[in-house]
Design a binder for this molecule. Structure first.
Ligand SMILES: Nc1ncnc2c1ncn2[C@@H]1O[C@H](COP(=O)(O)OP(=O)(O)OP(=O)(O)O)[C@@H](O)[C@H]1O
Ligand SMILES: [Mg+2]
Length: 590
């Protein structure tokens, strides 16, 4: 690792980072992109201050830092979405000034937004060509180009398939191809692996290696430090808006990287005892939900019980019924048959507000669509979903809104949940992705739920804040909270859950013991390759092999929550290998 301070810039415009790192065989010494002295101020916040970033051609360059450190802002500047107040951008050694993304695209800068910007009802080819018809037309020429790019970078894109029929990993490859089609030679991926299972992350990383081999450069943002260390050639660390150093992946552990990010030592997570009781809090029986206007079942024969003090983890590739199950539990959709009971009371027909008032907490999958009013101040967002409850309102039935009460409590949440913001009157949109998430978690936990639906509770949250949220969930669980945990981060799922189920095509197809199951075993049930009770198979360990046990000291704190009741070390060790991401990227487009 190299320390803080201004980066030595080479007089000939070569990438300064070469001075102390060993370039991989594919890398050249030329700089694809160089950002120098970038400063960007927003009212009350300096988002970027004198940032330096040199990206070598033919490399994957990771950008890491805490929530609100200024990563997305910097990338928006590079992509022409925002103008820096100070500093310069050089592309291929030549200084440029971007006024819009179109200018950036013209200089070969492309940005892949993780949450789907594709039109579902169009084919892959149509989606790629849309808006760039001038490049290769809309007919045979365009098709040829798409196939050629797909072949060259190993993307396996099928041009005539409708996007709505594609899974998330395929959609992401279409997004990447779309950027390449526009001639990008530097790709920005802002938290790209959020919804991928481990096997899909491996495939994405293979694609990135192909891009590198062709001399392209990738800027990669992620909070999963194991993932960063496995894929990056160079790493730049940003803290509180400024570059604090670079790290050499081969010489750095996730823990060291995390400490460089936060500027202090990380706490080691403690092991928690099982708190599962025999008192059912939520009982779901034979729930069935049909697609609108059709007999197709989106959820079929779903039955489970979560007891007080229990976390039930639900694993699954996105789009297998999780959204529908969450909607049915919170009351946004009503089941066609089956029942839901909350602490013995049948709530199947209840409206959302009544469920909320009776103690159902909700951390939604899509924080923009279901968690926040982006253009409203933070304190109004604190009221959202809890209008009739204290401290947001008073009087019988919560009749009178109490803005002062809500404002005071927002200040408390900002403080307790470390939401980095200049105040409670700024809009939710101006918070960084991870800080938006912390606000939502704070709001929901503040109402002392009896049953919490937690969908990707730490998506896009940095390692320090992640550990804090895990602790908060564990503490509430000790006091009897029942949790349905849905997460694309399998380490989180395994580490926090008392019980694990797998959802596949709208059915619960498998269950597993979190104390023994591996992310890979869960991954195969998630793709339909295994079902029933997932028996853990002990693999003979080769201590010299690449998958030998990692030092749990280095990884546990930085990556995985300690498991609910047993053996923390294997989880931590696994975290270093696992490249699953739980990040919130949709906000990065804003
Ligand atoms: N449009 C805006 N208006 C006001 N403040 C903003 C705006 N965009 C970003 N900020 C502020 O700039 C800082 C940096 O935010 P940025 O989104 O770059 O962080 P980040 O490193 O991407 O964090 P995360 O990991 O949470 O995504 C934050 O304090 C944020 O509140
Ligand atoms: Mg961000």
């Amino acid at each position: 690792m190299r320390g803080a301070g201004p980066f030595p810039l080479s007089p000939r415009g070569e990438c300064a980072i070469d001075a102390s790192t060993t370039p991989p065989p594919t890398a050249t010494t030329a700089c694809a992109v160089e950002l120098t002295g970038i400063t960007k101020r927003f009212p009350g916040v300096v988002a970027n201050h004198d940032i330096h970033l040199s990206v070598r051609k033919g490399t994957v360059h990771a950008l890491v830092g805490e929530n609100g450190a200024g990563k997305s802002t910097l990338m928006k500047i590079l992509y022409g979405m925002q103008k820096p107040d100070e500093g310069t951008i050089a592309v291929d050694g030549e200084q440029v000034a971007f006024h819009s993304p179109a200018d950036a695209i013209a200089r070969g800068i492309g940005m892949v937004h993780q949450h789907f910007m594709l039109a579902d009802q169009l084919t892959v080819l149509e989606n790629i060509v849309l808006g760039s018809e001038k490049l290769y037309g809309i007919g045979a020429g365009a098709r040829r180009k798409v196939l050629e790019l797909s072949e060259r970078y190993g993307l396996g894109v099928r041009p005539d398939v409708y996007v709505e029929d594609l899974g998330v990993a395929d959609r992401q490859r279409v997004e990447i191809l779309k950027v390449l089609y526009r001639g990008a030679t530097t790709l920005i991926l802002d938290e790209p692996t959020a919804v991928l299972v481990p096997q899909e992350v491996d495939a994405l990383f293979d694609n990135l290696r192909e891009l590198k081999a062709e001399g392209l450069s990738v800027i990669f943002i992620s909070h999963k430090l194991g993932e960063v260390l496995s894929v990056a050639d160079d790493i730049t660390v940003i803290r509180r808006g400024t570059t604090v150093g670079t790290a050499v992946p081969a010489e750095t552990t996730p823990r060291q990287l995390a400490e460089l990010m936060v500027g202090s030592e990380l706490p080691t997570p403690e092991t928690a005892e099982s708190t599962v009781t025999d008192r059912p809090m939520i009982e779901v029986e034979e729930l069935r939900l049909l697609a609108e206007g059709s007999a197709r079942a989106l959820l079929d024969d779903i039955s489970f019980t979560i007891h007080e003090g229990e976390v039930l983890g639900l694993a699954g590739v996105e789009g297998n019924g999780q959204t529908e199950l969450i909607d049915a539990l919170i009351g946004l959709k009503h089941a066609d048959s089956g029942s839901i009971r909350l602490a013995g009371e049948d709530i199947t027909a209840w409206a959302t507000r009544r469920r909320r008032e009776r103690g159902v907490g909700y951390i939604p999958e899509d924080r923009h669509r279901h968690g926040l009013l982006l253009e409203s101040p933070l304190w109004e967002n604190r009221i959202l979903g809890h209008v009739t409850e204290k401290p947001n309102s008073r009087g019988p039935g919560g009749f009178w809104l109490d803005p002062k009460g809500a404002q005071a409590d927002t200040r408390r949440i900002v403080e307790e949940y470390d939401v980095r913001t200049p105040g409670i009157d700024v809009t939710a949109a101006s918070l960084s992705g991870g800080n938006q998430q912390k606000l939502i978690v704070g709001r929901e936990m503040s109402h002392k739920p009896r049953f919490l639906i937690a969908a990707h509770p730490t998506r896009g949250v940095d390692v320090g804040a992640q550990a804090q949220i895990w602790d908060q969930i564990r503490e509430a669980r000790r006091e009897g909270l029942a949790v349905l945990l849905i997460s694309a981060d399998l380490d989180e799922l395994i580490g926090l859950s008392d019980t694990l189920r797998v959802i596949y095509r709208g059915r619960l197809v498998a269950d597993a013991d979190p104390a023994t199951v591996t992310p890979e075993e869960l991954g195969s049930a998630m793709t339909g390759a295994a079902s029933g009770h997932l028996e853990h198979v002990e693999e003979p360990e080769d201590p010299k092999g690449p998958k030998g046990p990692a030092d749990p000291e280095d990884t546990a704190a930085a990556q995985a929550p300690a498991p609910a009741d047993t053996t923390p070390a294997p989880e931590g060790a696994r975290a270093a290998e696992n490249v699953q991401e739980a990040a919130g990227p949709e906000d990065e487009a804003r």
